[in-house]
Design a protein around this ligand. Structure first.
Ligand SMILES: C[S@@+](CC[C@H](N)C(=O)[O-])C[C@H]1O[C@@H](n2cnc3c(N)ncnc32)[C@H](O)[C@@H]1O
Length: 193
C-alpha cells in the first residue's frame, strides 16, 4: 500500500497556505527538507528563519539549500526554538505566515538530542504569538521514542487548552499501522487578537 506520510501532508498544507514574499519559520531544521520547502515558496522576496540546536543539522540544511540556490532566502539560527520570539526580529511579529515543527530527533543523527516538552511548549506559544491572522503552524508529533510520548501528551494538552474560536485545529493521523505512529497537528490562527 502506498501510504502518505504525515510530513508529506504537512508539506501539502503549507504549499496551499504560504505565499511568495512571506515570512516563515522552521522551528526544527534538521536535515532541511522543511526549510527548503519554505524557502522555495517564499522565494527571494521572503525570508525563512530556521532553528536547530545541532551544528550538524544546520550544516545539512545549509548544504541542501545551497544545492537548490536557496541559501540567500534562509537565516540559519543555531539556537533553541524556545528563543524564537527573541531571534525573529520584532518587525516580523504578527506577520509570520507559517511555522513548521517536526519534533523528535534528527534522522540519522544523535537520538538523545530530542525536542523536549518544556522547550517545545514555550516555542509553540511563541510561534502562535508571532503568526499573522490566518497563519498556519504545523506540528509533526512522534509518540514512539523514549520521551516522545510525554512530549506529545503535553502538546495535546496545550492544544486542548487553546481558545478554539481563536485557533482552528486539525489532526491528521498516519496511515501506518505501526505502534505509536506519528501524527500531524495543523493549527490555524483565526485572528491576530
Ligand atoms: C525530526 S528532526 C527535524 C527534521 C527536519 N524538519 C527536516 O525536514 O529534515 C528534529 C530536529 O529538532 C532539533 N531540536 C531538538 N531540540 C531543539 C530545540 N530546542 N530547538 C530547535 N531544534 C531542536 C534536533 O536537533 C533535530 O534536528
Amino acid at each position: 500500500m502506498n501510504s502518505v506520510k504525515v510530513t508529506e501532508i504537512a508539506h501539502r498544507l503549507v504549499s496551499v497556505h504560504l505565499q511568495a514574499g512571506e515570512v516563515a519559520v522552521d522551528a526544527t531544521a534538521g536535515n532541511g527538507y522543511d526549510t527548503l520547502l519554505l524557502a522555495k515558496i517564499v522565494g527571494d522576496a521572503g525570508v525563512v528563519f530556521a532553528f536547530d540546536v545541532q551544528a550538524c543539522a544546520l550544516a545539512a540544511s545549509g548544504n541542501r539549500l545551497k544545492e537548490h540556490n536557496m541559501d540567500q532566502v534562509v537565516k540559519l539560527c543555531q539556537r533553541g526554538h524556545e528563543s524564537l520570539a527573541e531571534v525573529v526580529p520584532g518587525c516580523h511579529h504578527g506577520r509570520v505566515a507559517t511555522v513548521m515543527f517536526n519534533l523528535g530527533y534528527l534522522p540519522g543523527g544523535d537520538k538523545s538530542m530530542i525536542t523536549r516538552e518544556h522547550t517545545t511548549l514555550s516555542a509553540l506559544q511563541q510561534a502562535l504569538d508571532i503568526l499573522r491572522a490566518g497563519g498556519l503552524c504545523t506540528v509533526v508529533c512522534y509518540p514512539g521514542h523514549e520521551g516522545g510520548d510525554q512530549e506529545v501528551a503535553a502538546v495535546l494538552r496545550f492544544i486542548e487548552g487553546l481558545d478554539h474560536d481563536a485557533y482552528q485545529i486539525e489532526r491528521h493521523d498516519s496511515e501506518h499501522r505501526m505502534n505509536f505512529p506519528p501524527f500531524l497537528l495543523a493549527i490555524k490562527k483565526m485572528s491576530s487578537g
